[in-house]
Design a protein around this ligand. Structure first.
Ligand code: SAM
Length: 300
């Protein structure tokens, strides 16, 4: 356990999908004046250097957010960026005044950037080093009691915040899935949370990889939403084939993360139509081979 460090992956295609959905969802919730609580069950370090050792080693942002910040994403002037994508890039750029993208905001910083003073943010992070970094990063925001950082298991006690006094909440569940049990724990956590607070908005990120638990998770979440009589939305983004290949020397090459998905329960009713053009553009700009694709499905 605990070999996963999000710093290696910050700004990759999965973060682009997750954070585009997060921003569109949050902005919809923020249209109403009643305060909201955001619970981020797996917060990470909060803020990442794109020119630091971690991101430099893996280079994942180069095939993610950095492609989008380049001219290729802008398209022709008559083909403007879809609004949800434009908004995502605007938020990333707001952390990078002066041109070059040096910093990538994780979900805690993106969320805090959008929240109003009356809203609350609860952050769970269990990795000792990332929890320390998160604490230090959050301290710089001087947000006082608006933000709570908990060095606890996000699957453990996060339901205690549900429902919040204002009865409006977004729960982001974004585990590393380092442990096979994370898939089952995610489904159980969301099931318990929906039981306690059926009108909350739940957003789960998951990797699309050749492993049965990964394929089962969105199915389990869909069943859960349908049984609770709640609307859902399922969006996926694929950037390359998941096939393991062998080179001329007979060495096998694993493709790295080829695709990921976001599953939401009680999504904003406008989200599907906002995401379709945004994900279509992402599938074009972030494509690593001809298998790049996207899906947006909604039901309930
Ligand atoms: N949500 C972050 C973002 O979008 O910027 C990224 C989170 S990263 C994918 C997952 C994080 O969960 C890692 O930092 C990992 O250390 C942490 N983690 C793993 N198991 C956990 C648990 N049971 N409770 C809380 N955090 C956990």
């Amino acid at each position: 356990m605990f070999s996963y460090r999000h710093a290696f992956h910050a700004g990759n295609h999965a973060d682009v999908l997750k954070h585009t959905v997060l921003i569109a969802t949050l902005e919809h919730l923020l249209e109403k004046p009643t305060p909201i609580t955001v619970v981020d069950t797996h917060a990470g370090a909060g803020l990442y250097r794109l020119d630091g050792d971690y991101a430099g080693t893996s280079g994942e942002a180069a095939d993610g957010v950095l492609r989008l910040l380049g001219p290729a994403a802008e398209g022709a002037p008559e083909q403007p960026l879809p609004p949800a994508l434009a908004r995502y890039l605007e938020v990333v750029r707001s952390f990078n005044r002066g041109g070059q993208a040096r910093v990538y905001p994780g979900s805690p910083f993106i969320t805090h950037h959008l929240l109003r003073d009356e809203d609350k943010l609860k952050l769970y992070e269990l990795h000792p080093t990332d929890a320390r970094t998160l604490d230090a990063n959050i301290a710089q925001l001087d947000a006082g009691r608006q933000i709570a950082v908990l060095r606890e298991d996000g699957f453990g006690s996060a339901t205690k915040f549900l429902p919040p006094p204002s009865r409006r909440a977004l729960v982001l569940v974004d585990p590393s899935y380092e442990l096979k049990t994370d898939y089952g724990r995610t489904a159980a956590f969301v099931g318990e949370a929906v039981k306690r607070f059926a009108t909350g908005v739940y957003a789960v990120w998951y990797p699309i990889i050749p492993r049965p638990e990964a394929h089962d998770l969105p199915r389990r979440l869909k069943t859960l939403a349908n049984k609770a009589g709640k609307p859902w939305l399922h969006a996926t983004l694929t950037v390359k084939s998941s096939k393991i290949t062998t080179n001329a020397e007979g060495e096998t090459r694993r493709p790295g993360l080829p695709a990921s998905g976001m599953f939401l329960i009680n999504p904003p009713y406008t989200l599907a139509e906002q995401l379709r053009p945004a994900l279509a553009r992402l599938a074009e700009v972030l494509a690593q081979d001809r298998h790049a694709a996207f899906t947006v499905e909604a039901g309930g």
